[in-house]
Ligand binder design. Structure first.
Ligand code: SAM
Ligand code: SF4
Length: 329
């Protein structure tokens, strides 16, 4: 199988990046992501390993070059290593990354690197054990930190993602940014987005990246731009002289829809066309009713053509059908 030329959507954007959710379940309950009493999908709803192995090569065939495994918490999937190894060995050796809370990385980082994983994006919102507990509703800062160090040790590219929440982890802003002076990591500040049942909390406690950057510049002096344009979705800056970088991901205050190159596959097999829109195509239904590869390929191509321009958060239009753990970020 040789990959087709890459496909563009109706707005001329090349779509070549798939975020693959392996589960909606998680070993944490971050306040901005899901309610405390969240219940998760029964396992028969989720794609099986065989189903992932059936569809992922088809995405490569239509030109996808980058895959990010996510969740819920993807490290809870018992065959994560097998799926990474399978995907990284597909034609063209697609770039494979993982978004994780790092709790299980201490043991998994090295085998994941051997399997072909290149990068981990670790969600770490606080460097203070008590605030970490309050944010993640789980006492696990030390375990997460060991996971991050294991990823670095395994030679994986490390990016840290922090969602800053008013009156919750504001005090972590400077210590988190300071990590970029000690490690060659990118520390990314991610604006909180509204989803499903969490919209009131998210809309009242979100912090805009402009104010975050101002606070950082008050502490460290003017930040240097590292490159023109975005790195993925992040505007990248540096504290002068630091080995690491600071990334600002601002979907709410500075939407980057014009350069969006991605779609999402949820753990229940829906192709979600935009993170912040409800429109989805049901690939699982095709898989489970004996659909051919050609039917699946047609559905993926249709999804690319149907991808909406972008979100409408500024008009208070939110996607309410899933919380973030059910999409994957
Ligand atoms: N469990 C993994 C983790 O936390 O990295 C992967 C899944 S998590 C849903 C993916 C990303 O979404 C994380 O970086 C998390 O911080 C982010 N996230 C969750 N809810 C969010 C929200 N309401 N707004 C912005 N980012 C959010
Ligand atoms: Fe779990 Fe990630 Fe959501 Fe936190 S952000 S509850 S770690 S899925």
């Amino acid at each position: 199988m040789s990959p087709e030329p890459q496909l563009t959507d109706a707005f001329g954007r090349t779509i070549d990046y798939l975020r693959v959710s392996l589960t909606d379940a998680c070993n944490l309950r971050c306040v901005y992501c899901m309610p405390k009493d969240m219940s998760f999908m029964p396992s028969q709803e989720k794609l099986s390993v065989e189903e992932y192995k059936r569809v992922l090569p088809l995405f490569v065939e239509v030109g996808f070059r980058k895959f990010r495994f996510t969740g819920g918490e993807p490290t809870l999937h018992p065959q994560l290593i097998e799926l990474i190894s399978f995907t990284a060995s597909l034609p063209g050796n697609p770039f494979c990354a993982l978004t994780t809370n790092a709790l299980k990385l201490k043991d998994l980082a090295q085998p994941l690197a051997y399997a072909g994983l290149k990068r981990v994006n670790v969600s770490l919102d606080s460097l203070d054990a008590e605030r970490f507990d309050r944010m993640a509703r789980g006492p696990s800062l030390e375990q997460a930190w060991e996971g991050v160090l294991a990823a670095e040790e395994a030679g994986l590219d490390v990016k840290l993602n922090a969602v800053m929440v008013r009156n919750l982890n504001e005090e972590d802003l400077i210590p988190l940014a300071r990590l970029s002076m000690e490690h060659a990591w990118q520390i990314r500040f991610l604006e909180m987005m509204p989803f499903a049942e969490q919209t009131h909390f998210q809309n009242t406690r979100a912090m805009e990246n402009q104010s975050i950057q101002q606070r950082l510049e008050t502490e460290f002096g003017p930040l240097e731009p590292v490159r023109t344009g975005l790195d993925g979705e992040a505007r990248v800056m540096r504290i002068p002289g630091a080995p690491g970088e600071l990334g600002f991901i601002s979907p709410v205050s500075e939407p980057f829809c014009a350069s969006c190159n991605r779609m999402r596959l949820t753990a229940d097999g829906k192709l979600r066309l935009c993170l912040l829109k409800e429109d989805e195509l049901d690939l699982r239904a095709i898989l489970r009713t004996g659909g051919t590869d050609e039917t699946l390929l047609d559905a993926i191509r249709t999804g690319i053509r149907r991808k909406p321009w972008g979100h409408e958060l500024s008009h208070n239009r939110f996607a309410l059908n899933r919380s973030m753990n059910q999409i994957g970020g």
